[in-house]
Ligand binder design. Sequence first.
Ligand code: P6P
Length: 334
Amino acid sequence: HPDKLALPVGTTLDRFIMRKQEDFPYATGELSQLLRDIALAAKIVNREINRSGLIDIAGAYGNRNVQGEDQQKLDVIANIRFIRALRNGGEVCTIISEEDEEVIQTGNVQGKYIVAIDPLDGSSNIDVNVSIGTIFSIYRRVSPTGGEGTRQDCLQTGTHQVAAGYVVYGSSTMLVYTTGNGVNGFTYEPSLGEFFLSHPNIQTPATGAIYSINEGASATFSAGTTAFVAYCKEQNYSARYIGSLVADFHRNLLKGGIYMYPASAKAPQGKLRLMYECNPLAFIVEQAGGKATSGRCRILEIEPHEMHQRSPVFIGSSELVEKAEQFLAQDNAS
Ligand code: P6P
């Protein structure tokens, strides 16, 4: 059926999810429902973000999250909204959230899925009107249903993700996700309350002329990182760094480029979290033809040992990541 091949631009997210589910004869609709639950929470958070400038909720909430960062009210609200949507949706048994040290057991003991989520990434940019984002990763539980999700359910390697995506709350709000069969982007139309397919089958350019890195820590970068950044400058690439991972990643995904958060003295394992930042974006970028490495190995093959562990990350156009790997090899040799 031709319609099965390429759904037209303008298809709603709901119809897209339904049609894609038909491609899986044994699908029972739970993952479809979970994706809808995430989209609903994204619409609600989008509205909160757009209103935050008007209502005094953008200011610091006063208490600090597990990352030791000032917890912004929107951070807290986004966390509450996504957890509520996932709990009420019934498909998720356990949630790993950037905002909570301990995993959240939803009470849905029959739920087949685990979600790792950064409800609102880029929180330092919230009250200066810079794009921010949500990043999520979905795993099927490995333990039998009927009980709470286990540590083994939560600490699966990135290759076991069944879906991953992000929402970028920018000049327009977009939802970009994969279920392992390509990457598709949907743009939100607030007046209709719908996401519409705007970027079907995203393929990231094999190379690019953009490098994204915070060079404030360059004095303590490894020799390999230092050499690769110098290479980018020799190539006259453009330095583009918004300071919001989702916004930097999304721009590079569409235009080509590489985003790096390497190890430094200040961040010996880098800053970004494996479970709900590196892994979901690595799944997406590989599905779009790109690559993601820690400098030592493919991000998706890192064995997780703790929920909030960090990893250095070099992610984006395949040729740029491969070039970075060539420079980074000297760090592994030493
Ligand atoms: P730095 C935001 O806090 C974040 O987690 C990512 O969104 C962003 O890419 C990175 O940290 C920015 O970190 O050290 O450059 O301020």
